[in-house]
Structures are given as C-alpha cells and as structure tokens.
Design a protein around this ligand. Structure first.
Ligand code: PMV
Length: 323
C-alpha cells in the first residue's frame, strides 16, 4: 500500500477575527469567526509515511527544515498517527505560492493541507467537520481553510463541536482581496503566542461580549451581498482586535506607519464612493476587500501609496482538496 497523499488548501482572510482561546492546548476559541478563502493563493503538501524513517522530516519551499516548525508538524502528525493506529514517521514536502510570515495566514493553509494529506496518507477518510476539527489543532484559523467559499468557525463547547462550516459557496459573491504588502519581515510574535495573551487585555471581555452581534451582522451582510454592511462590521472587528493586541501584556503592535496610511486611504476611497474596506491580521500588511469588478482600480490606487511594496490580489477560493 502506498502511504502517500498530496493536498492543496487556500489561506483565508477573517472578516470577524479569532483572537483568544478558551483552551490554548485544544485551540478552542473564545468566540466564533467568519472568513473567506483566498483562491489565488495556496499551500500544496505531500505526506508520505515510510517504515524506513527514524523521525519525521519537513521540506518547506525546497528547504529541509528543523526546529520549531518541524516540532509543530511532528506534534500534529502524532495526532494523525493516534487516530489511524500507525507508528511510521513521515516525509512532509510543502510549498506556498505566497510569502510566509507577512499577515497572509500561511499557517491556515499549511495545517489545512497537512490535515487532508496526512489523514489520506494514513488511510483515513474523514468528513469535512472531522477534518476541520483536526486542522484546528494545528492552527486555529486552519479549521476555516477546510470548507469552501465563505466560512464560519462555530466556537462550540469542546473538541468535538468546534469546527468550521461553509455559509456560502465561492460563486455566491464575487469579492476580491487586494493585499497591500508593506513589509516582508517575519513577525516578532506569531499568532499562536499572541493568541494566548488576548485575555491579558482589559478590552478582551468587551470584545467577546459583543462578538455574537458582529457575527450576526457579518453573516447577514454576506448572505445579502451587502457590501456597505460588510465593510462597517469588518473594519470595526479588525480595529477591536488590534485594540486588544495593543493593550495586552506584553503589548503587541503589528501596525507600521504604512499600515495606517493604507487604512486611511481606504476610508477615503469609500467616502469618495468607491466601495472598499480594510482588515489587518497579526502583521503589518493590509487586506483591502472589494467587489471583484473594482479590484483593478483599487489595487492600482493602493499600490501607488508610499510604503506599499506590492499588491497581491485574490478572489474567493474553494475547499481544501486532494490533488
Ligand atoms: O490561527 P492562528 O493562530 O494563525 O490565528 C489567526 C489570527 C488572526 O489571523 C489574527 C485572525 C484570524 O481569525 O484569522
């Protein structure tokens, strides 16, 4: 039997963010979140279990990789081995078609692709909900890269019911994400560590108390294709998450001057009648959302702002899949 499989998954951009856990070890979130998959961007991962291997191996973007990245992958493979009753080590070969560590959530597509490839290679055939639960254990936001299109992570109450579902397929709404890259530097504190600090901000309790309202507004805006409503709740949610980050102990400041310049320019475009809105993850780059028909114009505009190195564009993407 060939214990090998290859899977592809897209990163996702959250409109309603995940930041803070009820259980750090199981990555059970303190609240639900909503995102869309980014179809032009992907991680492709091949997992091969081999009796001859003494330890798990990782090749990332052509480079043999050890240290924390390999340890995180090996811990995840332990979960898969436990489910499949397998004790062979694996060779993992993974590549992204986008830069890592820049606020484009590479861990989401990475653990979604790894969950699908590793379970298939181990002979398991999981349901979408089971795969999403498993991907969550690698990186919280990875559970949202398993289903397709517009996705909601149901916070749930325990390991079994905390997983993501599709709330609308990719073709439901032709949105685009124009990512203004203002820095390619690796972030100082990654989201896994930052997430564990959320509860130290006095603002986190207020953010969580208001989360059901924002989730309802966002879900309704997507289902009704109401861009104005989506813009209002998406910017509010991003600003609230960054207020928590900036006021945690230690404080996390992910914005740079160019980050704020793009955010202000986007508000200016919207005031001038061009529908666009911003959202920022755990990094300095700005995701500018718009309807696909306006993406060219908007990408051109933000690409000409000082401090913007590049604009990466993507439409809405489908589910994680075998290739
Ligand atoms: O899943 P993680 O640990 O990469 O955390 C993701 C955190 C944010 O990207 C900032 C928000 C989100 O919901 O994607």
């Amino acid at each position: 039997m060939n214990l090998s499989a290859t899977a592809l998954a897209h990163p996702n951009i959250a409109f309603i963010k995940y930041w803070g856990n009820r259980d750090d070890a199981l990555r059970l979130p303190a609240s639900g979140s909503i995102s869309m998959n980014l179809g032009s961007l992907w991680t492709r991962t091949t997992v091969t279990f081999r009796p001859s291997l003494a330890a798990d191996e990782l090749i990332l973007g052509g480079q043999p990789t050890t240290g924390p990245a390999l340890e995180r992958v090996a811990a995840f493979l332990d979960l898969v081995r436990g489910m499949a009753g397998l004790d062979q080590r694996a060779a993992v070969v993974s590549e992204n078609n986008f830069p890592m560590g820049t606020g484009i959530a590479s861990s989401a597509s990475a653990f979604a692709a790894l969950a699908l490839a590793a379970t298939r290679a181990a002979g398991l055939d999981l349901t979408e909900a089971e795969l999403s639960r498993l991907a969550r254990r690698g990186s919280g936001s990875a559970c949202r890269s398993i289903p397709g299109g517009f996705v909601e992570w149901l916070a749930g109450t325990d390991d079994r019911d905390s997983h993501a579902i599709s709330i609308a397929p990719p073709e439901h709404w032709n949105l685009a994400d124009c990512i203004a890259v203002v820095s390619r530097a690796h972030k100082a504190i990654g989201s896994a560590r930052g997430n564990a600090l959320a509860h130290t901000s006095p603002f986190q309790a207020a953010r969580l108390a208001d989360a059901p309202r924002r989730l309802d507004l966002c879900r309704a805006a997507i289902l009704q294709r109401d861009f104005e409503a989506l813009a209002a709740v998406t910017e509010l949610d991003s600003d609230m998450m960054h207020a928590v980050m900036m006021t945690s102990t230690p404080a996390l400041f992910y914005w740079q001057p160019a980050t704020l310049a793009v955010m202000q320019a986007v508000r200016g475009l919207r005031a001038a009648g061009l529908p666009a809105c911003y959202t920022v993850d755990a990094g300095p780059n700005v995701h500018v959302l718009c309807e696909a028909a306006r993406a060219e114009e908007i990408a051109h505009h933000i690409g000409s702002l000082p401090g913007v190195e590049e604009v990466i564009r993507s439409g809405v993407g489908g589910a994680a899949r075998l290739v």
